[in-house]
Design a protein around this ligand. Sequence first.
Ligand code: DGJ
Length: 697
Amino acid sequence: MIYTDDNVFHLTDGAFSYAFRIKDGKPTHTYYGKALKRNSRMLAECEDAGADWAAVECGERGRGDFRIPSLALCGNGFASTDLKYVGHEITEKPELGMPALRGAVETLVVTLRDDVAKVELKLFYSVYDGALARHAELINLGDAPVTLSTADSACVDFGGGDYEYISLDGRWGGECGVTRGAVLPGVHTLGSARGITSHQHNPFVAVLRRGAGEEHGEAYGFNLVYSGGFGVRLERDEKSQVRVCIGAELYGGVTLAPRERFVTPEAVCVYSDSGIGGMSRKFHTLYRKHLINPRFADKPRPVVINSWESMYFDFDEQKLKSFIGGATGLGIDTVVLDDGWFGRRDRDDSSLGDWTVDARKLPNGLKPVIDCCKANGMKFGIWFEPEAISPDSELYRAHPEFALATRGRTGVQMRNQFVLDFSRRDVVDFIYEAMRKILSEYDISYVKWDMNRPLSDVDDAKKYIGYVKGVYSLYERITATFPHILIEGCCSGGGRLDPAILYYSPMIWSSDDSDAHERTKIQYGLSLCYPLQTLSNHVSVCPNHQTGRHTPLATRGAVASLGCLGYELNAAALGVDERAQIKAQAEAYKVDAPLILTGELYRLRSPFEDGAFCEQVTAADGSAAYVVYVVGLGQCNMPVRKLRLCGLDADARYAIAERDGAVYGGAELMYGGIRPKISGDFGAEILHITRVADGGA
Ligand code: DGJ
C-alpha cells in the first residue's frame, strides 16, 4: 500500500513501513522498520536538523550535507544540486530498460527539480509483498551537458544507534564469504570497478541493529539488480546516524546531453524483524515470485553431468560417447558439454568467438553426441562464452574492432582473451546469430553461459553501462527465441551472481571450487540473499581438483543437494559402489527437490564459526523439513551441539526417517533439538522430517 496523506508518504506491505515527508521542499526520511499504522504520528515526524545531518531520500552534494552523496553532478556554473519537490503520482511500475522485479505493483513517483542546475530527478518506490524496490531517473532539462559522477538507486538514512553491517566478499573459488562488522565512524565502501559484478564483492549489504542474530533482531538487506560495476557505501556520521547508498559505478562520470535521461538500476530493500534468516527468506520468496523467469521458477531442475572437470579441453566424439554411456543409468537428466567444442580450442588461448563445431574433435558435428544422449534417455546442453573473443580466433582476425579497446594502447589480455564490445549493436547481432545457428541446428535444452574476465580498455565511461545493457539484450533475444532453454549463468563461478543475471538465468554455477567443505561456506554466503533454486552445485571427484581434499561422496552429494544438483566427474571411470551411491543420491534428490527448491531456508550452523554447517529447508506449511548437517574437522572428544530446528509446527508430531522413524513433537525438535550422529572429518548427515500427526508434545 502507498499512503500519501498531508505530504507524508507511507509505503507498507503490512509488515514493514517506510516513510518520508516533504519538509522545506525536501523529501525527508522519517521511518523504516516494523509496520506502523497508517497515520502513526512518527511517520510524519523528522528531526529538526540542519542539512548536514538531516535524514533524506536523496543525498545531495554541495549545499550543506557533507556526507556521501547519492547524487552528484556538475555542469556549466554549478557543482551542486538543490532539488525541491514539485509533485508526485502513483502509477504502474515503469520499464527500466534493464532487469527489475517482475509483476505489476503500484509505484510512487516523487518529482524534484533544480532550476539552477536545470535537472529533474524522479524517485521511484515500488511496494512488493516483502520488499521495497527503488530506482531513480535524472533528466537534463538544460541546454548544456551535465556530468553525473554519482547516481545511486537508493539512499537510506538510519537514525542514531548502533549498527553493524554484513557484506559478501570473496575471490575466485571463494565467493561470498560473510563479513560482519560494526559500522564505524567514516565511510566504508564496497564495490566493483570491473565492469561485472565481481567475485570480490556481491552487490549486497545488510545493515543490522546491533545484536541482531540469525533468527532474532532487525536486519535491512539491500541488493542491486545490476550486472556491472557498482558501489555500496556506508557512512556513520557524527550523530551516529548511518547512511547507506547503493548504485551503479559511473567510472568517473557520465555526461548527459540536453534532454537526455539517466535511469538507475533497481535496488531491492528488504526489512526483517526476525534476524538475518528472516531477511534471507524474504529475499528468497521475492526472487522466486518476482524475479526468476516464471517458466523456470519453482520448477524442478535437471540433474546434469558437466564435462569440464573430467575432460577439460581433451575430448572427441568417442570419448564423449563413453562419458555419456557412463552417465547412463545414474539418474542424470542432461549431459552438458563445457568449453572446447568449437573453433580449434585445445587450450584457453584460442577460438573464443568462433562458435562453430570443431571438426577435428567432432567430425560429424554434435548430432551423434546428442543422439547418444537421447538414446540413453538424456538431454543435451552446451557451453558458450558469448562476450569473449580470443586474439587467436577467426573472429578477431576478421573483426579486431569488435573487441573493447582504447586507441593507441595494446589491449590487456586476461585468460588470454579480450572482451567483445557489447555496447555495439552489430557485435551483439553477430554473436546472437552465431548462437542462434547452433541452438536451432541442434536439439539443445540447456546452455551454460560463461564470462571469464572483467572489462578493460573501455574508451568511454558510458560504455560500461552500454556493455551491460548489450548483455541483457542478448539474453532477451536468446530467451525469446529459445524460451525452453534453461540457462545456467556462470562467471568463472559466481563472479556475476546478481539479481539481474538471475532474471534471465534461473540458476548460476556458484563457484569453480567444487570441494564440498569449501562449498558449505560459499553456499552459506550466497544464501543470504539468493534462493537455493538458483545455486548450481556439482559433485566432483576426489582428490578435489581445486583443493586436493578428500571428502566422502555422501558429503559431496549432501552439500550439492542444497540447490540444483549436478555431477562433474568422469562417469565412465566410476566403480560399482560409486555408481550405486550416485544413483541413490540422484533418485533421492528428485524426491526431495520440490521441498529443497521452494521451501523456507533456516541456517542452523555457520561454517564461518567452527567449520560445521547445517541448513534446514522447511515446507511453508510446516509439513516437512530437509536437514543437511556437515562436520568440519572432526575432533577428539567432540563437543555435542544439538541442532535446534526451526519453522515447524510446535503442536504437530514429526517422524525422523533417519532415526528409525522416531516421532517427536515439533516443540521438542525446535526447543530441544536433535543430536547429530556423525562426527568424522567432513562427515555429513541428511535428515528427513515429516509431520505425521497434529497436536503433539
Ligand atoms: C569457467 C567456468 O567457471 C568453468 O566451470 C568452466 O566452464 C570454464 N570456465 C571453461 O573454460
